[in-house]
Design a protein around this ligand. Structure first.
Ligand code: ZN
Length: 106
């Protein structure tokens, strides 16, 4: 049984040694600019906070085609159906286009 532990320990030591050697080799040959690094490392830190706020069902804004959460949307009841808009602007635009379609001559 002790042999097994010794073997495992050996593996771990070898692993760390390999890492050290690998790093030393990379520094020796590649210098500070490695092939994998690239210039854009800071972009990873940025998050997307807007996505987390979306809850509930998603509905499609008929004006701009965007999907909006039914909890956050601007709603309009029409013929027993609820329409969802991403913004007040889209809602008003929809109302205007509806008024044009059914109201005045044309
Ligand atoms: Zn919209």
């Amino acid at each position: 049984m002790v042999r097994l532990f010794a073997y495992l320990f050996d593996l771990i030591v070898a692993f760390f040694l390999a890492r050290l050697v690998n790093r030393a080799l990379r520094q020796f040959f590649g210098g500070p600019q490695s092939r994998f690094g690239g210039p854009g490392k800071r972009a990873r830190a940025e998050r997307a906070p807007e996505r987390e706020a979306v809850r509930g069902e998603m509905a499609r804004d008929p004006v701009c085609g965007m999907f909006v959460s039914t909890e956050l949307s601007h709603r309009l009841n029409q013929g027993g159906q609820t329409l969802h808009f991403c913004s007040q602007e889209c809602l008003e635009r929809y109302q205007r286009s509806e008024a044009q379609r059914s109201g005045t001559t044309g």
